[in-house]
Write a protein that binds this ligand. Structure first.
Ligand SMILES: Nc1nc2c(ncn2[C@@H]2O[C@H](COP(=O)(O)OP(=O)(O)O)[C@@H](O)[C@H]2O)c(=O)[nH]1
Ligand SMILES: [Mg+2]
Length: 658
């Protein structure tokens, strides 16, 4: 049994944790501020500014939730909420339980109970609520607030009006993280039906009971705890002290039919089943309060986390895709540049080899025909012109293909990034993808310009090289001067020397061309690198931001773990355990470290199905046994998703407390 004192200590604990969560959120806000201001690019700074705005909006929203939570948590009393459509019999049921005067019972008008009312019943508060079908804003707000305050909810259903799915879904939306809801079917029939003291359940009713149970189970899942059938008005006649004439009249009739035996009336009304259920709840009021309030806090953290994690996952994925696109296209472009460099070098070499052969032939002929110096000079000049023209053509061809190919790759990259469409959202914010695309476009133009400039540079450089060929001529003059002895032998020698000089000149040109092409193509590559660096920095900045977020997410989860642990220590009566509770598909799951065989009854207080409880000696055992992931790195089912989260949280705890 949990004492009042330990309840009070737990309240202090939750209070301080809630404050811690708020502090952490403020830290996130402050940290993001400085992170964003350090962003080095003007346009991305603007984007970050609007993220900042969105985060602070989100935080103030969460702050309000937490403050409200802090204010509305009911610590002193167990509150039981009575919830349902108008005329279902909520007020009648409460009046029956408290033996009231029936003043709150409706007269059939739609809006009889318009305010939330509290009634004392033993040491519990019963909360009577207006009809759920009401659409008035202030009524809805009242209901929501009362539901949040209640530790147990009774959903009252009139046997003559089965709940519609739409209504049940609305109830569910009110419930939030509440864990316990019971349905109470109020069997309605006229008092004359009891003249012959038949049972209140007929065959046609049992169909309604089953249908209700099924749909409640479907909609509320693990929160649904069972169904009770009773006759509210009869219960009121048994216990109440009516003031109004019609109710007085009814009570008189009832007493008449049941031989003035109030107990017999009470038994027929089956109000005692509801009383038993409530007293079962009150037996461990404190456990109920602890569990319900801790779940409230865990639920608030967990739902905020859920939103952040979902956004962050999207963000991670988008950034990864963006990075992959950049990396892949960068490689493609660099390969393209290298390919054209090799192609240009090889083709120019082949061309020069051909020209060399032609030049040699021309010179041989010149020697054979004993041409004059002037004639030889002209021949060489002609060759020079041909080489210059061919080089120019070759280069134009290479550079324009290179330009085209690089442009195509850039276009593809733009297309892919545009396709990513809904890009980067933190708390619903969109980062300006258009801007990145526009920048890419400018980059493509810039790189194209660089390529053309490189072409010019190479061309200028070639013209300089051509002088080397002209230099060959100088040797000819010498060769011709050297003629002596047997003219055929002299010519042979001259040819050999000429061939040697031509080869030397062309080889020199080849070497210089390779060097020059290398330099210019490297220039193109490094210009391109500079263009891409900007984008990569943007992505890196975002990544840093995400890494910070991961830290905060883990810190928030840590609070979830601390509250879970404190609650389990109290409710399971053991100090040597660590626990983590989380909700997956709105069902609570629990993982406990330090205990291998906890007795089943203890888990009743935690309101968790035994099949959602996992016990391990320590984190090693948990880690060893449960890190189930499929090929995408996503957990396969609820169980492994939860246990993966638990491993993550416990490991983080170890790391931060070590
Ligand atoms: N015949 C009959 N009338 C009932 C029963 N329970 C409630 N009523 C009547 O239904 C009307 C609305 O009941 P009330 O408890 O105020 O419904 P609430 O709107 O859910 O609070 C009142 O006139 C009640 O007398 C019942 O079991 N049998
Ligand atoms: Mg009412």
């Amino acid at each position: 049994m949990i004492t009042q004192e330990s309840l009070f200590r737990f309240k202090e604990f939750i209070d301080s944790k809630v404050k811690n969560v708020l502090d952490l959120l403020k830290t996130i806000q402050a940290d993001s501020q400085s992170d964003f201001e350090n962003a080095s690019f003007e346009h991305i700074k603007e984007n970050f500014n609007s993220i900042k705005q969105n985060i602070s909006d989100g935080i103030s929203k969460f702050e309000k939730i937490l403050q409200k939570l802090d204010k509305e948590l009911a610590w002193e009393d167990l509150c039981v909420g009575f919830f349902g459509e108008t005329n279902a019999g909520k007020s009648t049921l409460i009046e029956a339980l408290i033996g009231g005067d029936g003043r709150s019972i409706g007269d059939g008008r739609k809006d009889f109970t318009r305010e939330v009312k509290h009634f004392e019943y033993q040491n519990i508060k019963l909360i009577d609520m207006p009809g759920i079908e009401g659409r008035e804003r202030h009524v809805e707000r009242e209901i929501k607030r009362a539901v949040r305050k209640a530790h147990i909810i009774f959903y009252i259903i009139s046997s003559t009006k089965e709940p519609e799915r739409e209504t049940l879904n609305k109830v569910k939306s009110y419930l939030g993280s509440k864990t316990k809801i019971y349905s109470v079917i109020n069997v309605r029939c006229g008092i004359d039906a009891f003249k012959y003291k038949k049972s209140i359940e007929g065959d046609n009713l049992s169909i309604i009971f089953e249908r209700t149970k099924t749909s409640m189970n479907e909609i509320f899942g693990g929160c649904y705890d069972g169904m009770i059938v009773c006759h509210a008005l009869l219960g009121f006649y048994a216990k109440g002290r009516p003031k109004q004439d019609n109710l007085k009249d009814g009570q008189r009739k009832a007493l008449e039919y049941f031989g003035k035996n109030r107990d017999a009336i009470l038994q027929m009304s089956r109000l005692n089943e509801l009383e038993t259920l409530i007293s079962y709840g009150t037996k461990n009021v404190n456990a109920e309060i602890i569990r319900s309030n801790a779940y409230e806090a865990i639920g608030a953290i967990s739902s905020t986390l859920g939103r952040i994690i979902k956004n962050k996952k999207e963000l991670d994925l988008n950034i990864k895709q963006c990075e992959n696109n950049f990396r892949q296209k960068k490689e493609e472009i660099l390969n393209t540049i290298a390919k054209y460099k090799n192609e240009a070098t090889t083709e120019i070499e082949i061309m020069l080899d051909n020209e060399r052969n032609e030049l040699v032939e021309k010179v041989y002929k010149a020697i054979d025909n004993e041409l004059t110096e002037e004639q030889i000079k002209n021949e060489i000049k002609k060759t020079e012109k041909i080489i210059a023209r061919e080089l120019k053509e070759k280069l134009n061809e290479v550079v324009s293909s290179l330009n085209e190919e690089v442009g195509k790759v850039m276009e593809e990259l733009q297309g892919r990034i545009a396709l990513q469409g809904k890009f980067l959202s933190i708390l619903g914010l969109e980062i300006n993808i258009k801007e990145i695309i526009e920048k890419l476009e400018i980059s493509a133009l810039y790189i194209g310009k660089q390529i053309l400039e490189s072409l010019l540079a190479i061309r200028m450089f070639f013209f300089g090289l051509l002088g080397i060929i002209a230099g060959v001529f100088v040797f000819f003059k010498k060769i011709l001067d050297w003629f002596f002895g047997d003219p055929e032998k002299r010519k042979k020698d001259a040819k050999m020397k000429a061939r040697y000089e031509i080869k030397k000149a062309i080889d020199k040109i080849k070497k210089e061309i390779t060097k020059g092409l290398n330099k210019e193509f490297n220039n193109i590559s490094s210009n391109f690198y500079i263009q891409f660096k900007g984008f990569e920095n943007q992505i890196r900045g975002l990544r840093k931001c995400i890494a910070e977020f991961n830290k905060y997410i883990m810190e928030l989860k840590k609070f979830q773990r601390e509250i879970s642990t404190e609650m389990c220590r109290l409710l399971l009566g053991r100090e040597d355990i660590e626990a983590y509770i989380d909700k997956i598909n709105s069902r609570p799951y629990i993982c406990i470290l330090g205990a291998t065989n906890i007795e089943e009854p203890n888990f009743k207080d935690l309101s968790i199905d035994l099949e959602h409880v996992w016990c391990f000696n320590d984190i090693e055992e948990l880690e060893h046994r449960y890190t189930y992931k499929n090929s995408d790195g996503e957990p396969q089912d609820d169980k492994s998703e939860f246990l993966n989260r638990a491993v993550e949280v416990f490991l983080y705890n170890q790391k931060t407390t070590a």
